[in-house]
Design a protein around this ligand. Structure first.
Ligand code: HPA
Ligand code: MG
Length: 219
């Protein structure tokens, strides 16, 4: 692969997305969305290529695929499906075991953000293994940086992060190894990404509008 090529799909700041009437969205969200930024089919096709890139690097070695819930669950299942499909049709087959974690940020009196890992098997199991973290979106990267330093304590062999989206923000401190799409600094929903737990049941990646933000604001 030519390493000088950008290895992600870049969605430009001036791309407004597609009008809703060109695709199908659930009736209950029709008035709450501004546009469709990335149709589900395009997400699928990009994940297929990420699967290939990941197998080319990690293939053949047993890997623990670690899903960061809840937002990462669709990306995780679709990515693993594609990795398994590759294993059936090519010479690269990656033995995978599964694990799931949820992260909770909490602040102590000094308000230095810390993260707490909830669920997951005993993280001691990661010792000496390759670990593939699957995340929906990396924004500033603060949470991922903390997760990585926490996992490091369990002495994994190699840790790689696949994030379906990264946001272009000026305060970004971390870049995952595998990135699906780099998107403008807008709030996106759909494909398991939520706004206060709403919109996970929307297949396309959409930009929420002001009405949607008001309607689903946390009380
Ligand atoms: N959408 C959903 N969750 C998020 C986002 C977003 O744009 N950024 C960080 N978490
Ligand atoms: Mg996430």
């Amino acid at each position: 692969m030519d390493n000088s090529l950008e290895n992600y799909v870049k969605i430009d700041d001036d791309f407004e997305g597609y009008p809703l009437h060109l695709f199908c969205v659930p009736k209950h969200y029709e008035d709450d969305l501004q546009s469709i930024l990335i149709p589900k089919g395009c997400v699928d096709d990009r994940i297929e290529r990420l699967a290939r890139n990941i197998c080319e690097e990690l293939g053949k070695e047993p890997t623990v695929a670690l899903c960061v819930l809840k937002g990462g669950y669709k990306f995780y299942t679709d990515l693993l499906d594609k990795i398994q499909a590759l294993g059936r049709t090519s010479s690269v087959s990656m033995p995978i075991s599964l694990d799931f974690i949820r992260l909770k940020s909490y602040h102590n009196d000094q308000s230095t953000g810390e993260i707490q890992v909830i669920g997951g098997d005993n993280l001691e199991n990661l010792q000496g293994k390759n670990v593939l973290i699957c995340e929906d979106i990396v924004d500033t990267g603060r949470t991922m940086t903390k997760l990585l330093s926490l996992l490091d304590k369990y002495k994994p062999k190699k840790v790689r992060v696949a994030s379906l989206f990264v946001k272009r923000t000026t305060s970004s401190i971390y870049r995952p190894e595998y990135v699906g799409f780099e998107i403008p600094d807008k709030f996106i929903v759909g494909y398991a990404l939520d706004y206060n737990e709403h919109f996970r049941d929307l297949s396309h990646i959409c930009v929420i509008n002001e009405q949607g933000k008001r309607k689903y604001a946390s009380k």
